[in-house]
Design a protein around this ligand. Structure first.
Ligand code: 4LM
Length: 428
């Protein structure tokens, strides 16, 4: 019987229905997916890979190779000169990694992507490619501790100065930009105190001044927030977190225009930090992406319920969570994010001592840094992820020593509520 192919479906996926119907013609499903109208979850599962290219293997093979054979010497020299496509050496490309890069570019709505060995590898590849001595960066006041250390302590040694500005008010950006500033950096929501920046408003200012806007989208993932659609130039991720999603890998991602990604790959990674991702870790991130939308829905749903419970507890002074109407940027969060994410920060009325006792009381939640895993993780930023800030800097940059951060996992809400609220009750 002749195969019947739905014409509308083919249009949606840029496929040729006549070719699909014919058993003799091979249709490249992965190519069809590019620029298609397929939904987020469909692209998170299929984009960039066609099983029929690899003996029908449902999952991309893990290419464990450091180098690639050239058919002739000219093949190699052409590839090195950029005159021919093809893999050269593992530091600049690998077929498993390419699948991840194409998938992430699609999910973030960018032209191209580059995967790296960690989130810090992604950031340094970008910064070392674009900056030189004498340049300036404007960055938001709260950032992940090692990003702050990179900007504040390390880049200064190379003559690059960072101004830390409260970017929750976009007017502060206009005042801080100088002719030496080429780049603005922000996380939203910020690590650890969950402040938001208005990406579209910052992007307008950056565009008018010819400055690049880099958004670290680790806390949201492209499922919740799409910085490029809002005008950002560069998106960076720690894929170690929600993208991987299972606490079993370290990885980073950069998404940007192809022209920029080529520079990050051939300068930042190839010649400067060498922070290329392993094919196996790329495979694990690809596996994580398949369930990203399901996981982010569940993280967001449970975190919202827990944030309300925590905010009502008499031992709690403040809960920092964009889904609470008490959050100063609740309206912006509703506009900019699909749901409110899985990260909660809180302060207890009795301060740091009580916060530490709370952390020691929990049984189900795991005392650990990192975030975005199936397991709920609880940590103390001032002594752990943000110990790179001095006490004075922490006060100046807007988070207290008493702050506790929770990465809400995928366990049952009732069990998490019993663990967290019970641990607060036991503080007495
Ligand atoms: C943590 N964070 O907070 P790699 N950008 C953001 C991050 O939160 C992190 C990185 C980049 C934590 C790690 C211990 C917003 C990391 C750096 O760890 O290099 O993949 O990402 O608990």
């Amino acid at each position: 019987m002749e195969t019947q192919i739905d014409e509308k479906f083919c249009q949606k996926f840029n496929l040729n229905s006549a070719s699909l119907a014919s058993s003799n013609v091979r249709v490249d499903y992965a190519d069809g997916m590019k620029n298609s109208e397929a939904g987020f979850s469909t692209r998170a599962i299929h984009e960039g890979y066609d099983a029929l290219d690899y003996h029908g293997a449902l999952n991309p093979p893990v290419f464990l190779t450091s180098t690639y054979a050239f058919e002739r010497s000219e093949t190699g020299s052409d590839r090195f000169a950029g005159a021919a496509d093809g893999y050269i050496y593992g530091r600049v490309g690998n077929p498993t990694v390419t699948v991840l890069e194409e998938r992430m570019a699609s999910l973030e709505g960018g032209e191209a992507a580059m995967a790296t060995s960690s989130g810090m590898g992604a950031l340094t590849a970008v910064l070392w490619t674009l900056l030189k001595a004498g340049d300036e960066i404007v960055a938001d006041k709260t950032l992940y501790g090692c990003t702050f250390a990179l900007l504040h302590h390390q880049l200064e040694r190379f003559g690059i100065k960072t101004r830390f500005v409260d970017l929750t008010d976009p007017a502060n950006l206009s005042n801080a930009l100088t002719s030496r500033c080429h780049m603005v950096i922000a996380e939203t929501p910020s690590n650890p105190n969950m402040r938001l920046v208005d990406i579209a408003a910052l992007a307008d200012i950056c565009r008018s001044k010819g400055v690049l806007l880099l958004i670290d989208n680790t806390f949201c993932t492209p499922y919740l927030q799409k910085p490029i659609a809002l005008g950002a130039d560069i998106v960076v991720h720690s894929a170690t977190k929600y993208l991987g999603g299972h606490g079993d890998l370290l990885a980073g991602i950069v998404v940007a225009r192809k022209e920029l990604i080529d520079q990050f790959r051939f300068v930042g990674i190839k010649e400067m930090n060498g922070a290329c991702i392993s094919a196996f870790d790329a495979f694990l991130v690809l596996r994580g992406l398949k369930t990203l939308s399901l996981r982010m829905d569940r993280h967001g749903e449970t975190a919202l319920r827990l944030a309300h419970d925590l905010a009502e507890h008499p031992a709690v002074e403040t809960v920092y969570f964009p889904g609470l109407s008490s959050h100063p940027q609740h309206e912006l969060a509703r506009r900019q994010m699909k749901n409110m994410g899985g990260m909660i920060a809180l302060e207890l009325k009795a301060g740091l001592g009580a916060g530490r006792a709370f952390m020691d009381n929990v049984v189900l939640a795991t005392r650990a840094v990192s975030l975005g895993d199936a397991e709920t993780l609880i940590q103390h930023p001032a002594s752990m992820t943000h110990a790179t800030y001095s006490p004075e800097e922490r006060a100046e940059h807007g988070f207290t020593d008493g702050l506790i951060r929770i990465s809400v996992g995928l366990e049952d809400y009732d069990d998490l509520r019993d663990d967290l609220i019970g641990s607060l009750d036991r503080l007495g």
